[in-house]
Write a protein that binds this ligand. Structure first.
Ligand SMILES: [Zn+2]
Length: 328
């Protein structure tokens, strides 16, 4: 649809004036009479819900709280400068789906040095929450985290049609319009439901030989708008971003600078992993596996764990930004 066609389509429901809208709009306030119009014509109003947001002050308060409580950040808190803050309402289609199906899988069990292979057929019936972002080409870690946190915390939702005009006028967040209608979303949600149940099984077993799943029941999909805030801050000439959810303002994802002490810790981790790696390597080359006693296995296992920890912190050293998830 061309933009010009879309503008021509929407007239104020109160005075009939042409509304100035862009494809990004879902609501529009008439320039002439001040009337409120919902212009996303492809969606039923009763399918739309919104988790209303705290204001920017609350988000910044939570941001500074996070800075003050963080071991690394609090040392540099004087030198952090907030560059910008911005909020959006991001649309998701969500539903609850009942899935039934059958799976044939293989599971390997290790008993001492022997491997036992178990082959099993199982039928399942699972009810899961599913979601899709109602926009194309949106792949962002913060959005994934936003919807996951939503399902965990289930903040209250308001029906779009029940929000007062005052609310719309005082709203400072950009409301992102949707690119899928309910019919389209239903197809994607079904596919997503089957995929996600398959992924659950893939995590549980070693191999899947056969998998069949069917959507038995599906709630009418809801379009929910979740508030997401972005705080951009500067430290030492570099820019970093923190993402907060808007229903309580708590941080979701925090990109932060790596301080000197953190760098040192990573460096130690890296050296430990190299040294332990070579110890394990030489130990294994000296001994044949059969002659290893149980005590040796335990020692090697512990060394391996230590090496793994070292390797993980070394990886943090390589990527310059440390990503921290919300702890709440
Ligand atoms: Zn009007």
């Amino acid at each position: 649809m061309k933009l010009s066609e879309e503008i021509a389509e929407f007239k104020c429901s109160i005075c009939g004036s042409i509304l100035r809208i862009s494809p990004e709009n879902i609501v529009s306030i008439c320039e002439y009479c001040g009337g409120l119009n919902i212009v996303s014509g492809i969606i039923d109003c009763e399918d739309i819900f919104i988790s209303t947001s705290v204001n920017v002050d609350k988000v910044l308060e939570e941001f500074l709280n996070r800075v003050r409580k963080d071991v690394d950040l609090k040392k540099i808190s004087d030198k952090l400068r907030i560059v910008s803050t911005q909020g959006w309402y991001v649309p998701f289609w969500i539903s609850r789906v009942l899935i039934r199906g059958e799976v044939v899988y293989i599971k390997r069990q290790y008993r001492g040095k022997k491997v036992e292979i178990i082959r099993n057929r199982d039928s399942f019936s699972e009810e899961i929450d599913i979601d899709i972002i109602a926009r194309r080409q949106v792949k962002n870690l913060a959005l994934r985290e936003l919807i996951k946190t939503y399902f965990r915390q289930k903040p209250q939702l308001a029906e779009l049609k029940n929000l007062a005009e005052d609310w719309w006028r005082s709203n400072k967040l950009t409301i992102l319009n949707i690119e899928f209608d309910r019919k389209e979303s239903e197809i994607s949600l079904r596919e997503e439901a089957v995929d996600s149940v398959r992924r659950i099984w893939e995590d549980k077993v070693d191999e899947i030989e056969f998998f069949k799943a069917e959507v038995k029941k599906m709630e009418r999909p809801k379009l929910i708008f979740l508030p997401l805030w972005e705080v951009v801050y500067e430290y030492n000439g570099s820019f970093y971003t923190a993402y907060h959810q808007g229903w309580s303002g708590h941080p979701l994802i925090f990109y932060e600078p790596i301080t000197m002490s953190r760098r040192l810790l990573y460096a130690i981790g890296m050296f430990t992993s190299i040294i332990l790696g070579s110890i394990i390597g030489s130990a294994l080359s000296l001994l044949t596996l059969d002659s290893l006693s149980d005590a040796w296995w335990i020692i090697l296992f512990l060394l391996f764990i230590l090496a793994l920890i070292g390797y993980r912190s070394a990886k943090g050293f390589i990527s310059d930004i440390r990503v921290e998830k919300s702890w709440r």
